[in-house]
Design a protein around this ligand. Sequence first.
Ligand code: GDP
Length: 194
Amino acid sequence: MEVHNVDMVMSAVSPSQYPTDGKPEFALVGRSNVGKSSLTNTLINRKNFARTSAQPGKTQTLNFYDVEDQLYFVDVPGYGYAKVSKKQREEFGQMIETYITSRKRLRGVISLVDARHAPSQEDVMMYEWLNYYHIPILVVATKLDKIARGKSNQAESIIKKKLGYDPSNSDFLFFSSQTKYGKDAVWDWIEAHI
Ligand code: GDP
């Protein structure tokens, strides 16, 4: 998709605040710092639209971006802040669970992991959980440019093994916001799931 118009439509913590116009939605999830804002900005051809690395401790909301009046990207706050309290973690988990389990127009989830490392326990939990609910998942391994040439197959195997990757419900892609590698493939996946 060639994107020209994007609006940040709303921030929501509860279902009454979700958009009501029926457009398909794609959620983006991942640990903070994994490169979620960079991926979002690349997909929509902007430099600084999605905020990079929201501060820990501030209100965590689902942010809906209206893309070309055709679909929403739903930015799910990054998990994995060491400093977040148990209570905040629970509230955050509830908000995501409510959204993912109740949202009929959610077409798929883009789950970001760092290509350089084995997925964290939280990455694995999120993946298992999405799989359990049969939500189509695109695993995007970010920062491909930081991996030595010839090491990407090995990185892919490590990631898939740790996740317990299920090809019947998931696809896997590498991405780099530096080189834009993977941008078209991510869009192809989104368009195939609209
Ligand atoms: P977020 O917290 O998940 O939104 O992560 P950001 O998009 O803010 O990225 C976190 C850091 O990783 C920033 O310093 C980015 O410049 C860097 N980064 C993100 N994507 C890439 C990438 O593909 N390649 C490289 N080399 N750095 C990246």
